[in-house]
Write a protein that binds this ligand. Structure first.
Ligand SMILES: [Fe+2]
Length: 184
């Protein structure tokens, strides 16, 4: 829409309505993903310079933009130095992730053997695609994915989660060793 700034405040307002009306998490993702792409295409109105920091070595923790006190909706950005990577993981809640600056490689993984009680789980690589600025991927609570800064420069991603991350049990997987660990 020409001349209309769609920023984080507008996204939050729309997400509240979508979450309240949706009959499933799948429906939330289907309706919200285009809006996350929209806000990611024009970051000038909401992105501040301090949210583009990195230690130059690895993926930095989340820079929280918003946390809904009641339903836990969380919005954050992450800065990625060249080549930085986050291993396969899940969230126990839905996520929409987009590239705002740079290109991100998004890889889906599937657990094919083992489970949380044993600490051993074998995962296999599935689909693999690149997110360019303004493109988003949707991840259901039981899905496993990995992310990598696929470009030669700094990258910046936007993440929307259905719940506050400290409140949910998340897992990180090691495909080589077949191990899983709880994430803080
Ligand atoms: Fe994730």
């Amino acid at each position: 829409m020409e001349g209309f700034d769609y920023g984080i405040s507008e996204l939050i307002a729309d997400l509240r309505v979508i979450i309240e009306d949706a009959e499933s998490e799948w429906e939330i993702l289907e309706q919200a993903r285009p809006l996350v792409e929209w806000v990611s295409q024009k970051p000038d109105s909401w992105l501040q310079e301090r949210r583009f920091r990195s230690d130059g070595k690895q993926y930095l923790g989340a820079n929280i933009l918003y946390e809904e006190p009641e339903n836990g909706l969380t919005i954050c950005t992450a800065a990625w130095s060249p080549g930085s990577y986050i291993a396969p993981h899940d969230h126990n809640t839905w996520e929409i992730v987009s590239s705002v600056i740079g290109t991100m490689r998004h890889t889906c993984w599937t657990a094919v053997e083992g489970g949380s009680s044993s600490g051993h789980v074998r995962i296999e690589k599935g689909c693999d695609f690149v997110l360019r600025p303004g493109q988003a991927a949707a991840v259901m609570p039981n899905e496993i994915h990995a992310l990598e800064n696929f470009g030669s420069g700094m990258g910046l991603s936007l993440h929307i989660y259905g719940r506050k991350l400290p409140e949910v049990e998340r897992r990180r997987f090691d495909p080589e060793c077949g191990l899983e660990e709880k994430r803080a």
